[in-house]
Design a protein around this ligand. Structure first.
Ligand SMILES: C[S@@+](CC[C@H](N)C(=O)[O-])C[C@H]1O[C@@H](n2cnc3c(N)ncnc32)[C@H](O)[C@@H]1O
Ligand code: SF4
Length: 391
């Protein structure tokens, strides 16, 4: 396959995402591109992955250097997975060095890594801080032991909060905890316990996702067999309202439908780059990239990925040039979910008519000529997007 044909940078912020495709075990609900050591056998390892990643970063930097605009400074880096913390502090420092060897970081760059609570320690966080990381995102999911069990999470209920405290104690100002709500068997009191725990950790950012039953996962098989009930929409809506009320009362306000932060400086700039239509290089197996309206996605298996990097060129499985219509749809889908909303003037005729209906129905307001979801609109964000797009 010929690689993506890039024309130029889009002019927005430039970020780099690095995908670490390794996990100690596979959680039953997760369909991310990640592999256990047993699944990979001898076909790939963290060492072969890092060697291939270096190759991909060098190839991408060379292709960017041929574009009309000088490659922008990297304003954000996000190392995600999978379980980046399995690489250890020294391994993650090497990943950051590999990025630095090929790109120039902005002096105030935001550098995040995801971490699983059970593969962290105060020493690990110290190494990360020393290496130049500025932000830690921890997968907590729940504080209730029976909920963690349904999710196949291996950490004990208190470990995520302890890890967040350790990260803060070594000097990380920006720490996120991920929650999943609506897991079968989760009670209101379990969610309250999770929120108590999150708030006791003193983090400045929380992401809360309703449990998605993804096709092909162990969770989906258990739901299909009737062993577990599917998450109930009314329960999910009530839980979302509870999360928003409790986080809001503690000074964490929403800035995207599933994300809350203690003020503007605590928002995740990397994710805002995606949602605002910025440019990013996604490096690693299965990672997606977007540069100036061209989108590409890497081959998913770590062994195939390494083969493609070794063969030269970007390890893309496919690429596309977004049409103006696709860009409009994408921008709208992402911007509607943000607290900053979408300028009404950017809507086409279908969108303008739908916006009037959505406002009349109390799902959005037009504040400063922007369409912004109301509290009720946030519960129905996908439906609002559909109304704005479909005549
Ligand atoms: C892919 S994980 C990577 C981080 C890390 N491995 C972890 O699990 O903590 C990022 C986050 O996605 C969320 N997530 C993954 N699968 C999900 C699902 N099926 N439904 C809802 N949230 C999900 C979890 O909150 C998780 O912390
Ligand atoms: S640890 Fe994270 S990435 Fe790995 S399987 Fe579990 S949810 Fe997915």
């Amino acid at each position: 396959m010929s690689g993506p044909e890039l024309s130029d940078f889009g002019g927005g912020p430039f970020g780099i995402y690095v995908h670490v495709p390794f996990c100690a075990t596979r959680c039953g609900y997760c369909d991310f591109n990640t592999y256990t050591a047993g699944e990979l056998g001898t076909s790939a390892s963290p060492q072969s992955w890092l060697a291939a990643l270096r190759g991909e970063l060098a190839t991408a930097a060379a292709q960017f250097a041929a574009l009309p605009t000088t490659t922008p400074e990297v304003s954000t880096i996000f190392i995600g997975g999978g379980t980046p913390s399995l690489l250890g502090g020294a391994g993650l420092a090497e990943v950051l060095d590999a990025v630095r060897a090929n790109f120039t970081l902005a002096p105030d760059a935001e550098v995040t890594t995801e971490s699983n609570p059970e593969s962290t320690s105060p020493e690990f966080f110290e190494q990360l801080l020393g290496a130049g990381f500025t932000r830690i995102s921890l997968g907590m999911q729940s504080a209730a032991a029976h909920v963690l069990k349904v999710l196949d999470r291996t950490h004990t209920p208190g470990r995520a909060v302890a890890a967040a405290r350790e990260a803060r104690a070594v000097g990380f100002e920006h720490v996120n905890l991920d929650l999943i709500y609506g897991t079968p068997g989760e009670r209101d009191s379990d969610l309250d316990a999770s929120l108590d725990a999150v708030l006791s950790a003193g983090v400045d950012h929380v992401s809360a996702y309703s449990l998605i039953v993804e096709d092909g996962t162990a969770l989906a098989r258990r739901v299909r067999r009737g062993e577990l009930p599917a998450p109930d929409d009314d329960v999910l809506a009530a839980r979302y309202e509870r999360i928003d009320a409790r986080l809001g009362a503690a000074g964490l306000t929403w800035y995207e439908v599933s994300n809350w932060a203690a003020g503007e400086s605590a928002a995740c700039r990397h994710n805002l780059g995606y949602w605002d239509g910025g440019d990013w290089l996604g490096a690693g197996p299965g990672a997606h990239s977007h540069v100036g309206g061209v989108r590409w996605w890497n081959v998913k298996h770590p062994a195939r990925y390494a083969d493609r990097v070794a063969a030269g060129g970007l390890p893309a499985a496919g690429w596309e040039q977004l049409t103006a219509d696709e860009r409009y749809t994408e921008r709208l889908m992402l911007a509607v979910r943000l607290r900053t909303g979408l300028p009404l003037a950017d809507l086409d005729t279908v969108g303008t008519a739908a916006a009037a209906r959505v406002i009349a129905d109390g799902l959005a307001t037009s504040s400063a000529d922007r369409l912004v979801l109301t509290d009720r609109g946030r519960l129905l964000a996908d439906g609002v997007v559909r109304q704005l797009l479909v005549p």
